[in-house]
Design a protein around this ligand. Sequence first.
Ligand code: HAM
Length: 409
Amino acid sequence: MSKLTAPRGTFDILPEQASVRADVERTARELLEPAGYGRIETPSFETTELFARGVGEATDIVEKEMYSFDDGGGRSLTLRPEGTAPVCRAYVQHGMHKLPAPVRLYYLSSFFRAERPQLGRYRQFWQLGIEALGSADPAVDAETIVLLATLLGRLRVSGLRLRLGSLGSPDTRAAYGEELASYLRANAERLAPAVRERIERNPLRAFDSDDPGTRAVMAGAPRLLDRLEQDDAEHFAAVCGLLDRVGVAYEIDSTLVRGLDYYTRTLFEFTSDSLGAQSGVAGGGRYDGLVEQLGGPPTPGIGWAAGIERIMLASGEHAPAAAPVDVYVAFEAARADAFETLVAVREAGLSAQMELAGRSLKGQLKQAERLGARFFAVVEPESVLLRDLRAGTEETVDRDALLDRVVTA
Ligand code: HAM
């Protein structure tokens, strides 16, 4: 029979990688919980409408990257491609607007996008994300960005760059969108066909294009940052000022666009030059209209998400050494005595492993050494031959006395 493999763009998380991930999770928890963030986990799938309304019909994600399916009763469900819309859905559903603002939530979950797989880009991937809801204060923007910079620093992600921009309000964006669209129409023959097609629906995405002709046109395009209303410009200046105050370096990028439609005002992205083509490690921004768009009260919000696989790629994280084994329980014939000893040693709070592969006594010793065990205990019905592999000593003790010997060692 032919061998089955995991679907393209997906991967298994094996024990060594799982321990690196556990390290990322612990670092995130230790940073975010003292800052007031509580964990939230939403379901792996939601109604398709949530993403159509939340992420935006004209985005790549909704247009072509969603895994949608019928729930068996004629309703369309979708494997979540991102976490912000689901968290805002949960915020509204559970009446979290009644809680003291800002409500701060974080998640570490897997997401699904039908993208073309390559290094750093998968069809099921993991994100660590945070969302702070209910405050429009520029200090929340700065705080979330500082938390992300701190996290990536603690995780030793190398070659980082922070790009920062502002999209202003939906009205400014709409007026700017028209101005940009007419500029693009005037230069249509120099644009890539895919960009040309999108002029009317999503002209901002033209800044995303890698096509040389399009890039040349975009170099002379009007910039949204120059068109911001006064209060949006002040908000942006305040965010920049707070970041300056605490020494977080950033580059203002007036062409920054991200593939989700809910953003308003502050927008940011961390890239790493050790990542190649998929250089985005983490990104986020403000979404002051999203909660209302999902049927909740007007509620400002801001957040970010960081790709776990990209963090691991950009930090060259290695698995921490496996936990040491205190006692390797060996035996020749006394399996039940050995088993009883194993359970007793573990109950005493030590780590223990028992021979389970039918090795010879010599093979068992080798295995104990491979695991870095402190003690090698050959169990017999009445006694135990106990070898201290670190000290190089050996003694025979009563089975009853074994625990005392190894616990006090
Ligand atoms: P996003 O930029 O689409 O934002 O994704 C955030 C991060 O997830 C990316 O920077 C990247 O590290 C990782 N990522 C995205 N797609 C893939 C993929 N196919 N394979 C591997 N990693 C990937 C969001 O999802 C927003 N919800 C972030 C946000 C939260 N904005 C406000 N709050």
